[in-house]
Design a protein around this ligand. Structure first.
Ligand code: SAH
Ligand code: SF4
Length: 379
């Protein structure tokens, strides 16, 4: 991997930007398709290995461009087949990407930012603070690295990644342009060729950007609701104070209505014991969503140190699910996968060089409560 800042990193160029790049070089746009295939379908980064690119063209490319992807710090495989990569990002941070195989599916959970500025009360990424947006190359680089690590030498690449969810670290709608470019690469036939139904963006509710997304994309949408009323959601998902539930659901309806086909919104609901998991919350939720075609995905809270929350018993989760089910909703419970390698939802932390001082506050609190605990123990 070269590290020449003056060179264009072709890895992150959307199909459109790749075509523009070649046109600017005085070349035909079909070159873009060739390069996209070599990079994303074959997994090459050395121009000399690209056999249908002329020698003259390769020399030209070497002068102005490179293919640079994130360096792997480690790659872990869980007992249940879930895999996790920790990747190094220039500037001292790192990000996490998770692969979840399930039947014939392989879902890659991709990060969009280093940390997250939105500070949801139950999310360990949020507790780490925020450093910066990932570039398009760093976002698609996670798909590139995962796909490459499944390759067997000398064999044609198998399509192990069938789905991508933008549910790793960060709020994808706050890194709009780079996320849209990377998702375009996920879906383009000359790169990863995933169906638009199999690429899902999850948002905690950046309402104006949902309207913007409807203009430029047709990926599937998941919304992190987590509470059936504003008072509770204000506490769990602070961005709710700016964009309350009614506005959020209106924006989701608009987005779903803009899609060329009929698809259902996914409503994510992380369940925390005695916080948002009472049957009365299920009743409110059923009323709230009665005009929203959706499927509800219950996510039992995944614990992390000093979160202050715990996971509800299975009984409570089933009761909640059954109520919604009886009201006619499609409800799934997200299974906890990969928790032996800390790869479950909300356990992704990477290494965030925080710029918000939030993690410092969190660490202070953490230390205070740890000190209190040890005092209490010694009494
Ligand atoms: N920022 C986006 C996408 C990343 S989070 C969003 O909030 O939607 C992906 C999902 O994991 C979200 O639904 C989020 O609320 C959930 N999540 C976060 N922390 C969690 C935890 N500790 N346990 C279970 N789910 C969690
Ligand atoms: Fe950010 Fe999503 Fe975590 Fe909230 S749940 S802090 S929006 S990553």
């Amino acid at each position: 991997m070269s590290n020449d800042e003056k060179k264009v990193n072709l890895l992150g160029l959307s199909p459109k930007k790749m075509a523009d790049f070649f046109v600017e070089m005085g070349e035909k746009p079909f070159r873009a398709q060739q390069l996209l295939k070599w990079i994303h379908q074959v997994g090459l980064e050395d121009f000399d290995d690209m056999s249908n690119v002329s020698k003259v063209m390769r020399e030209k490319l070497k002068e102005v461009a490179c293919v640079e992807y994130p360096e792997i710090i480690y790659h872990k495989v869980s007992k249940d087949g879930t895999q996790k990569w920790l990747m190094k990002i220039p500037g001292g941070s790192s990000i996490e990407t998770v692969y979840i195989p399930e039947g014939g599916r392989g879902t890659l959970c991709v990060s969009s930012q280093i940390g997250c500025a939105l500070d949801c009360s139950f999310c360990s990424t949020g507790k780490q603070g925020f450093n910066r947006d990932l570039s398009a190359a760093e976002i698609i680089g996670q798909v590139y690295v995962a796909a490459k690590s499944f390759d067997k030498p000398g064999e044609k690449r198998e399509r192990k990644i069938t789905n991508v969810v933008m549910m790793g670290m960060g709020e994808p709608l706050l890194n709009f342009d780079n996320v849209v470019d990377a998702m375009d690469l996920m879906m383009n036939d000359h790169s990863y060729g995933l169906s638009k139904r199999r690429v899902t963006l999850s948002t905690s509710g950046v309402v104006p950007n949902l309207y913007k997304l409807a203009e430029v994309s047709d990926v599937s949408l998941a919304v992190s609701l987590h509470a059936p009323n504003d008072a509770l959601r204000d506490q769990l998902v602070p961005i709710n104070k700016k964009y309350p539930i009614k506005e959020l659901l209106a924006a989701c309806d608009h987005y779903m209505g803009s899609l060329p086909d009929r698809r259902k919104l996914t409503v994510e609901y992380t369940m925390m014991d005695q916080v948002n998991d009472e049957v009365e919350h299920a009743e409110q939720l059923a009323k709230l969503l009665k005009n929203t075609p959706c499927k509800i995905n219950l996510i039992p809270f995944n614990p992390f140190p000093n979160s202050g929350y715990s996971r509800p018993s299975n009984n409570r989760v089933y009761k909640f699910r059954d109520y919604l089910h009886n009201q006619g909703y499609i409800v799934t419970i997200r299974s906890t996968r990969g928790d032996d390698i800390d790869a479950a939802c909300g356990q992704l932390v990477g290494q965030v060089e925080d710029r918000t001082r939030r993690s410092a506050r969190y660490i202070e609190l953490h230390e205070v409560s740890a000190a209190e605990n040890s005092q209490a123990e010694s009494k």
